[in-house]
Ligand binder design. Structure first.
Ligand SMILES: [Zn+2]
Length: 139
C-alpha cells in the first residue's frame, strides 16, 4: 500500500469537496430543487468555516420563485423531540441579477450562521453585516 499516494488522494478529495463541483454534489441531498447553480456559486465564495458549518449541520435549502427568504429551525420530522433541522428558504426571481441573487442567498445563510430565531431591525442588520463581511452586497 502506497501511503503517500493515499494521503494525496485524501487531500485531493478534501480540496474537491470545496470546488464548485464538490459543493454542487453535496447540495444534491440538501436542496429542493437541487439544480440551483446560484446556490452552489454563492457557497463556493463563502469562507471555509461557513462552508464547513453547512456541510456539518446540513441545513435543508428550499428554493422558490419569489421575493423573500427566511431561515427557521424546527423539529424534523414533526413531533419528534430534540431532533432539530435548519431550513433555509430562498426566493429568487428570474429577472434579478446574479449579484443580487447571491446576496440574497448569502443573507439567508448569515441568518443560519447567527441562529436567528426571529426578525426585527437588529437581526436584519446583523445578517446584513455578516453578508457584507463575506464580500457580498447589502440587501
Ligand atoms: Zn434577513
Amino acid at each position: 500500500m502506497d501511503d503517500k499516494g493515499r494521503e494525496e488522494r485524501i487531500r485531493d478529495f478534501r480540496e474537491w469537496e470545496y470546488s464548485l463541483e464538490g459543493i454542487h454534489n453535496a447540495l444534491g441531498e440538501l436542496c429542493r430543487p437541487c439544480s440551483s447553480d446560484v446556490l452552489t456559486r454563492t457557497i463556493f465564495k463563502l469562507p471555509r468555516d461557513v462552508q464547513d458549518s453547512i456541510f456539518k449541520e446540513r441545513p435543508f435549502f428550499i428554493l422558490a420563485e419569489g421575493e423573500y427568504g427566511f431561515y427557521f429551525r424546527e423539529c424534523f420530522p414533526p413531533n419528534e423531540e430534540e431532533v432539530f433541522r435548519d431550513f433555509i428558504f430562498i426566493s429568487l426571481k428570474h429577472d434579478q441579477t446574479e449579484e443580487f441573487k447571491q446576496e440574497t442567498v448569502a443573507h439567508e445563510i448569515a441568518h443560519f450562521m447567527l441562529k436567528h430565531g426571529g426578525g426585527g431591525p437588529e437581526v436584519e442588520r446583523a445578517a446584513a453585516d455578516l453578508t457584507e463581511k463575506w464580500g457580498f452586497g447589502r440587501t
